[in-house]
Each structure stands twice: as structure tokens, then as C-alpha cells.
Design a protein around this ligand. Structure first.
Ligand SMILES: Cc1ncc(COP(=O)(O)O)c(C=O)c1O
Length: 368
């Protein structure tokens, strides 16, 4: 007899990962495949982080520092914070889960997020379980802060705002955010998920979460994107010391491994790599946006390391056609945007290859 699984867990949508290259290779018999589906860093990991992890390898028979002391101190110093305002996690995904466990206490509690946005927010509510309030994006596919504010009730516990948003790459602007923030009551915890912060930070209209810290605001950042460390799992949250203390109690003691801890310290010191990443991304994003617009397609204004393009027809066949060309992207059919594709900014060669493949595929679809 099977053990009883909680009904809310049975109802969770399993994570829908991008297709692994090896899988596509086997299925289609292709050899030269590129993966632009997961918003990873096309330049690889921070070289300083690689060096630090290589040195730390010999110490992996020892449990990690449960407090991630040096990593937290390095983050605090870099961002001009106090050490008790910082908690590192096994990727920011871990922290999103811990925040849910810390603040949701009843099935009647409510969690609000944009729709579509990062899928993990809905999962957190589903696991609790509690009510998930999905607030549709505006016509520019930005998080609609007025609608989010209108969705707040006395039962609201958490609001997750991805800034920039995934899968759209869009931001809400400073003025709109400041008006919104003034309406968020103290009983609501506002989580600003800044996974793509570094790709947006230089736009003067982009609100930096750290400028708005208060007792009910949490800022999340990650080393997965701009520092090229997606595979080592390292993210962090910044919040009031009391909130950090509470979330830290929920976290397993050795969640952040030895290699991740030294990688964080080294990556923070790798300004050269970060700058290279930001510049490369800005160039690729402009090239991709202009090329797709020239082909006649709408591209939403991206502040992240991917673009979202509307192909004006069901995305799945276009996704499949690109796959046959050896180009893996994210189809909007799995993201709640059924006529869109989300495409990560790859290397220069990958960007060129995507544009050529997309152009061929779409020309073929118009002709047929
Ligand atoms: C908005 C958003 N938040 C969080 C994450 C997770 O990042 P991490 O790799 O730190 O878990 C992602 C990853 O794609 C994301 O898009």
C-alpha cells in the first residue's frame, strides 16, 4: 500500500526544466546544440570563484561553517550592511521556500505574486498550503503594482515581486514602486526577488531593493546569473536582523556547502568578471532585441539576461522547430505566455545562431 501523500503536494506542478542538451542530442540525432533556456551565464563561472573552489576541494571532508560566516561578512561589507542583516542560502530558491515556512501559518493565509512570474512562489503557497493570489501582469507585461496593492487583505502574509520579472524581463519603475510601498501594511512581508539585479541596476528608473529596507521588506539576490555560479547554488537574502534570525532557524544547518561559501567570497571580489558579464549581456540583449524587431516581432523591454519575444502564434510548434535546428529556448506554453518564447542571451556565436535559426524557422512558417 502506498503511503498517504498530502493532497496539496499531489496537486503541485512539478518543476518543468529546460530540455537537457544530451536529451535533445539523443532524440534528434543532432550534435551541435545550444541551450538558451535557463538564463545561465554564457561566459562561464567567475574565474576567481573557480580558483577558490579548487583550493577548497581538499577540505570537503569537513562540514561547512553552519553560519557561512565569511560569506555573510563579505556580502555585508560589499553592500554596506550589518552582518546580522544577511543570510546565505542554497540558491535563492532555498530562501524562497524558507520564507514561506517562516511566515505562512494557516490555510487561510494568502500569498500574492504576479502572473506569470517565477513559478516557485506558487509552489511555496501550495506546499504550505495556503491561498495563492496570482495577479495578472499589465499590458506591457510588467507586474501591475496597483492590482497587487488591491489584492492585499488582512490575510496577506507574503508578496513576491520578481524585479526584474521572470519570464518577462520587465521592471516596475521607481515612482510606481514607491507609491505601492506606501500602501503595503506592516503585517505583509514584501519579498523583492532581484535574481537579475546586476543586469538592471544601471537603469535610473529601476528601484534597488536595498534602498527600501524596512522591517517587512526582504531582498533576495543570487550568484547564479551574473557571477556564473548556478551549479554551485548560492544566493542570499537581506532583511531586518529579527527576520534573518527567524528564517535562519528554519534553515538546515549545512545548507550552504563549503565550495559555495568560498565561491561567494571570491565572486564578490571579481569585479572584472562581473563587468564583463554585464557588458556582454547588454550588447547581446540589444542585438537580439533589434534583430527580432527587424523581423517584425514584439520584444518586451528586458532588464534581465534573456528576452521575451511574441511570435503571434502558439509557441510550442515554434519551440519544436527551433529544437530541430539545435536551438533550445523556453516556450511560453510552459510559462503562461502561450505565444511567446523566452531566450537567454548566450555567447556572441549563440546569439548569432539563434537569430539565424529563428529567422529561418519563422520564414518557413509564413511560407508554408
Ligand atoms: C526570479 C528568480 N528568482 C530566483 C531564481 C533562483 O535562483 P537561484 O539559482 O539562486 O536559486 C531564479 C532563477 O531562474 C529566478 O528567475
Amino acid at each position: 500500500m502506498l503511503p498517504t501523500i498530502r493532497p496539496n503536494v499531489v496537486q503541485l506542478h512539478p518543476y518543468s526544466p529546460g530540455r537537457p542538451i544530451a536529451d535533445v542530442q539523443r532524440e534528434l540525432g543532432l550534435s551541435n546544440i545550444i541551450n538558451l533556456a535557463s538564463n545561465e551565464n554564457p561566459l562561464g563561472p567567475s574565474p576567481k570563484a573557480i580558483e577558490a573552489m579548487q583550493l577548497a576541494l581538499e577540505g570537503v571532508h569537513i562540514y561547512p561553517d553552519a553560519m557561512s560566516t565569511e560569506a555573510c561578512e563579505a556580502i555585508a561589507t560589499k553592500l554596506n550592511l550589518e552582518r546580522p542583516q544577511v543570510l546565505v542560502g542554497n540558491g535563492s530558491e532555498e530562501l524562497i521556500g524558507l520564507i514561506g515556512q517562516t511566515f505562512i501559518g494557516s490555510e487561510l493565509d494568502e500569498v500574492i505574486a504576479g502572473d506569470p512570474s517565477f513559478a516557485r512562489y506558487a509552489t511555496v503557497a501550495g506546499v504550505a498550503p495556503c491561498r495563492f493570489i496570482a495577479v495578472p501582469l499589465d499590458s506591457e507585461l510588467r507586474i501591475d503594482l496597483v492590482a497587487v496593492a488591491n489584492a492585499i487583505t488582512p490575510r496577506t502574509r507574503l508578496i513576491f515581486l520578481a524585479s526584474p520579472n521572470n519570464p518577462t524581463g520587465t521592471i516596475f519603475e521607481k515612482a510606481a514602486f514607491e507609491s505601492f510601498l506606501a500602501t503595503v501594511p506592516g503585517h505583509v512581508v514584501l519579498v523583492l526577488d532581484e535574481a537579475y539585479f546586476e543586469f538592471a541596476k544601471d537603469d535610473p528608473s529601476y528601484p534597488h531593493g536595498l534602498d527600501y529596507l524596512r522591517p517587512n521588506v526582504i531582498v533576495l539576490r543570487t550568484f547564479s546569473k551574473s557571477h556564473g555560479l548556478a551549479g554551485i547554488r548560492a544566493g542570499f537574502m537581506v532583511a531586518a536582523p529579527e527576520v534573518i534570525d527567524a528564517v535562519g532557524r528554519v534553515q538546515a544547518p549545512f545548507a550552504v556547502n563549503n565550495l559555495a561559501q568560498v565561491a561567494i567570497v571570491a565572486a564578490l571580489d571579481d569585479e572584472e568578471f562581473l563587468q564583463k558579464t554585464i557588458e556582454h549581456n547588454a550588447r547581446g540583449r540589444t542585438q537580439m532585441t533589434e534583430a527580432l524587431e527587424q523581423l517584425g516581432y514584439r520584444v518586451y523591454k528586458s532588464h534581465a539576461n534573456f528576452v521575451l519575444v511574441d511570435v503571434r502564434e502558439p509557441a510550442q510548434p515554434v519551440f519544436q522547430a527551433l529544437l530541430r535546428e539545435g536551438v533550445i529556448v523556453r516556450g511560453g506554453h510552459v510559462l503562461g505566455l502561450p505565444t511567446c518564447l523566452r531566450v537567454s542571451i548566450g555567447t556572441d556565436a549563440e546569439v548569432d545562431r539563434f537569430i539565424a535559426a529563428f529567422s529561418d524557422v519563422m520564414a518557413g512558417r509564413v511560407a508554408s
